[in-house]
Design a protein around this ligand. Sequence first.
Ligand code: HEM
Length: 107
Amino acid sequence: GAQLVAAGKKVFKKCAACHAVGAGAKNKSGPQLNGLIGRTMGTVDGFKYSNVFKAAAQEGRVWDEESLAEFLAKPRSYLKGTKMSFSGLKKEADIVSLTAYLKANSE
Ligand code: HEM
């Protein structure tokens, strides 16, 4: 619901130094995250991904709620070799709300 999305927007502050989402979002040091749920991994135009993301794109792997939750809990374990330097979200509730927020930006 709307409350979950609002909570996720707050959690997104941890991501906002590197990622933009919403109308007019541009790539920063990380790719823009519009339409993330349902998007093939590593496919934002003009972004230079690491090799592990290029491989995921070639394999056609798609972001869904499950893969995103695993990635956000431990980015560098889920995609070994990623250049995303973020240790991960410790709280399950943060992952749930953040996913709802990103999903709201995927419609
Ligand atoms: C990649 C989410 C925090 C830098 C990604 C991707 C997602 C994501 C979903 C893959 C996008 C795609 O496949 O196109 C998040 C979320 C964050 C977060 C939700 C906060 C909880 C950060 C931070 C940084 C960062 C703090 C910078 C210090 C990057 C970079 C990539 C990336 C550089 C590309 C990785 C690669 O090519 O290996 N992020 N991120 N992210 N993120 Fe983040």
